[in-house]
Design a protein around this ligand. Sequence first.
Ligand code: GLN
Length: 468
Amino acid sequence: MSIAVKDNICTSTMPTTCSSAMLREFTPPMDATVVQLLTDSGASLVGKTNCDEFGMGSLNIHSIHGAVVNPYQPSGPSNGELRSAGGSSGGSAAAVAAGFCDAALGTDTGGSIRLPASYCGVVGLKPSYGMLSRWGVVSFADSLDCVGVLGKDVHSTQRVYDRLSVHDPKDPTCARLETREAAQQNCAENMSSWASASGDLTGLRIGIPQEYFPDTLSHSILTPFRRLVRSLIARGASIVPVSLPNTTYALSAYYVISSAEASSNLARYDGVQYGLRVAVNPADSASHTTALTYTKTRTVGFGPEVKKRLLLGTYALTADAFDNYFLQAQRVRQLVHQDFMRAFIVSDPLSETTSTSAAPNPNGVHVLLHPSAIRTAPRLSPPNEALEKTGSLDVYVQDVLTVPASLAGLPAVSVPMKVGPSEKSSDRDVDGGEVGDGWPVGASLVGQWGCENMILRVAKAIEDIQNS
Ligand code: GLN
């Protein structure tokens, strides 16, 4: 298989820049475990892919290499527009969508695989937290970072995932063998009643969380989503309305926690051990050379989005703000996790190790289904919608549907939905929604921890529906 690798995953034969001036010249001395596993199984690495600097962004516009252009070619009037490939794994999604490789590795801290997968029309899997090794993956926010796979279809995504899903003693957060086996058995038992070879989905309970349809959700997403739900019902699946009441607070909690962790992680880029060093002439400043080297190096090496997060994260960890911001965000994180646990019929295999466990719900669901994004890919070309809005909160809101599963450490996959050719926005379909703009949109499935096989099975059923 040909595989591309996001440029925040270490490769000994190619530079690993994290799309940052800080690491522009950095070639690591080793391969990340995930890279090693792929090359050991005969995969060919076709190259490294552009990303938002250190994984921070949703549109892949924060990069020393420039923005990633979405290669999707819709038919109809919007053809020729330059649109964002999504971020932060935009280069990986674009490489798969353009046919440069069968699959690509990405990282997902709050949605960085699922959002670009949705914008580019490919499959994107964020595994359960701790399922794939992070050894050799440049840290953004350790308690959320996951390596995952973008693939041209569910089959290639699963193939790569299966190869990488092993315990790595070098990563202390990587799930142990016993935990993996317990999760797999748990998952298989809960699939036995519905996962038949015939494609009939009778017995499968799919939850649709009511909080995942905010006012900002575009009608061009709702129409294919409703169509998909009708097809799943026609195949025998039961659709169950579900409430995840703490979803509203997830985005704010995510940005506090991820920025706080980033402010600590990125402290290592100080111009001393590796990466950029902006030297200070001792003659200019005899007394504070070291501190000045740190300051100058970090001022030049980090881009504006990274600096913003580091300032926010450092503030959230100060004595004045810690209780009101960081601790409060951790409490919200627990509530978000509990919401998910209450929704599933499948028990949590980690319940003995987490304090947030809840008994599984006998009337619960096997998987949750919701749109992956609130809109199709934003424009890059003038009028520069994406770039103009980077100062506003709009760009952060793109993650509103992906962040909750990240906070809860649950597996999630985005699979493309069928979209029609672009038509005038005044055209309406049978449900009264606007017909889409011709650009791809994804549907996301979220499962219990360790239920990758389950969500991929349902993703395959969705893929078959789209192709039928
Ligand atoms: N867009 C989110 C952020 O900027 C998620 C990034 C990610 O998943 N790496 O933090």
